[in-house]
Design a protein around this ligand. Structure first.
Ligand code: ZN
Length: 243
């Protein structure tokens, strides 16, 4: 079984389409595993939901998904995120909203726990530091955990002196042994690690590996739609920088 692992699609249809195409060209996949924030920020919430739902799908909700149907107060969002969340809530259908509302915050699939933020706080906490990683390892019981939310790809393993963050190198299959590991595939629709290409991972259960890939997409088309729909310019501009 091969799973295409995506996170933080953020209503970026061009990025999501490129990722799906690229993954098909790289051996294909049987399922999509989505780590949340499918909507928010970008111009195509409904189309992104529809595209994901065409596939066998395992998905959890992120903070932006919860905001899109009113489960989360926008007070905790910055101005740009709140403006985009309000816009998203107006765009999506009742069916889309109901579907987002049906998503759990945490699921276990095979040897993986899947959450958006961290296993301690799936909605808000970022796994970006050694102390948070240390706590995170105490909050799941499966060997492996998948997180998103920071839009920055990484691997984190348990070392002798505590957790260790490792670079999730491109195109280089990482063997998953018995060692516990936290994996972030990076962001599809709004990368923040300085590389504007869409970021994703593929898990292969037969050879027990996970691989990190990047793919270019038509950023200009996404930005043009954002301008046309009156979404904050800052959110469109940052796509070019991957920041
Ligand atoms: Zn996000």
């Amino acid at each position: 079984m091969r799973a295409l692992i995506v996170s933080d699609v953020h209503s970026n249809l061009e990025a999501l389409e490129s990722v799906v195409e690229d993954a098909k060209n790289r051996g294909g996949f049987d399922e999509i595993w989505s780590l949340g924030d499918l909507v928010g920020y970008g111009p195509d919430p409904s189309a992104c939901i529809a595209l994901l739902r065409l596939h066998e799908l395992r998905a959890v909700a992120g903070n932006h998904d919860l905001a899109a149907f009113g489960r989360l107060s926008l007070e905790s969002f910055n101005d740009y995120a709140a403006a985009a969340a309000r816009w998203t809530a107006e765009q999506i259908s009742t069916e889309d909203a109901d579907w987002l509302a049906s998503l759990p915050l945490r699921i276990e699939v095979e040897d993986f726990t899947m959450v958006h933020g961290s296993p301690r706080d799936p909605v808000w906490e970022y796994v970006v530091s050694v102390p948070v990683a240390a706590v995170s390892f105490q909050h799941f019981t499966t060997p492996r955990c998948l997180v998103g939310h920071s839009h920055v790809p990484f691997l984190c393993v348990t070392g002798q002196d505590g957790p260790k963050f490792l670079e999730f190198r491109l195109d280089d299959p990482v063997p998953l042994g018995n060692e516990r590991i936290i994996v972030n595939p990076g962001g599809v629709g709004q990368p923040r690690d300085g590389d504007p290409r869409a970021s994703y991972a593929v898990y292969d259960s037969d050879d027990g590996t996970v691989v990190h890939f990047r793919v270019e997409y038509d950023i200009k088309t996404t930005q043009d739609k954002m301008e046309e729909y009156g979404l904050p310019k800052y959110l469109a501009d940052r796509l070019s920088e991957g920041r």
